[in-house]
Ligand binder design. Structure first.
Ligand code: NDP
Length: 282
């Protein structure tokens, strides 16, 4: 009889989750790394999250990604959190190790990793649009990576202030709030301008409320939106000679980090990027 071990399983849970590219990327990377692992994309409504986590434990899944609407709700079902996930109050990646489910947040790390390919985050001043889940993840991780100041620009004051308080008091990075009401000017000593809102998702013409004339060529302009990757903001920034960073790098790098956490193996980021572009038909 041939002795064949069963495949290891990881998953993504969310709702709606159709169209999520992670399974496509991960399976290509498992294949390229010679790992006999499987990645399942699972539609899990909020009322079934508890049962799904129990199933994950019982069936020995090695881990999973958690996306909308589970990033906060999953925490109460876990045994422990990484420092970043605890600070952000959100988890997008769970590692099942020694019977424990440990929550991580790789979104911010993925962004910082792609930013590092262009600029050292240590000492930079950032102007960031948004205060939602992606903005929290990215700004906490920028703070942990030594950025010197983050200006949070958000439409809703309460959400913006909550993030500014978190950054000042818990992460220890200087932060202030600009309430966005109309177009916002960017100070000329800002190093990185970041759109961490959902403006631009599925709409290449959607305008981030920035005075584009205040973007200058010494700035890096980044967008977390990855579909479409060429957003209105990046188009405007490129016309003004800024260095541009699209959301694909963040997505690939957070997948790289998740892969490393689960398998202990370094995947080939180029294989993952190619798979993502193929999936998105770029
Ligand atoms: P949230 O719903 O948590 O937050 C949305 C943010 O966008 C809020 O700050 C909201 O402001 C702001 N916003 C939305 N519409 C407008 C508008 N018309 N004018 C001004 N502000 C607006 O979403 P997430 O943070 O989870 O996701 C944001 C984006 O990040 C999505 O496009 C998502 O696809 C992307 N993302 C990309 C990843 C990657 O790997 N590249 C990873 C994770 C997310 P307000 O508080 O006022 O409502």
């Amino acid at each position: 009889m041939v002795d064949r071990p069963i495949e290891e399983i990881v998953c993504c849970m969310g709702q709606p989750v159709a169209g999520n590219p992670t399974q496509f990327i991960m399976e290509r990377a498992f294949n390229a790394a010679g790992l006999d692992w499987r990645y399942l994309t699972l539609e899990v409504p909020p009322e079934n999250l508890s049962g799904a986590l129990a199933g994950m434990r019982s069936m020995g899944f090695r881990g999973g990604n958690f996306t909308i609407p589970h990033k906060v709700a999953v925490i109460e079902h876990l045994d422990d959190l990484s420092e970043a996930a605890r600070l952000m109050g959100a988890v997008n990646c769970v590692n099942h190790k020694d019977g424990q489910l440990i929550g991580e947040n790789t979104d911010g790390k993925g962004f910082v990793q792609s930013l590092k390919e262009i600029v050292d985050p240590s000492g930079i001043k950032v102007a960031m649009f948004g205060a939602g889940g992606a903005a929290r993840a990215v700004s906490v991780e920028l703070g942990l990576s030594g950025a010197s100041e983050i200006i949070v620009i958000n439409r809703t004051e309460s959400r913006g202030q909550e993030l500014v308080d978190l950054l000042n008091n818990d992460v220890g990075i200087k932060s202030s709030l600009v309430i966005q009401d109309g177009e916002v000017e960017i100070d000329d000593d800002v190093d990185v301008v970041l759109n961490a809102t959902s403006i631009g998702l599925g709409d290449a013409d959607a305008q981030v409320p920035v005075v584009v004339e205040t973007l200058s060529e010494n700035m890096v302009v980044a967008d977390v939106v990855f579909n479409p990757p060429q957003t209105w903001l990046l188009h405007q920034a490129a016309e003004r000679g800024c260095t541009c960073l699209d959301g694909l790098g963040m997505l690939v790098n957070q997948a790289v980090i998740g892969f490393q956490i689960w398998t202990g193996v370094d995947p080939d980021p180029a294989v993952m990027r190619e798979a993502l572009e193929e999936y998105l038909e770029i």
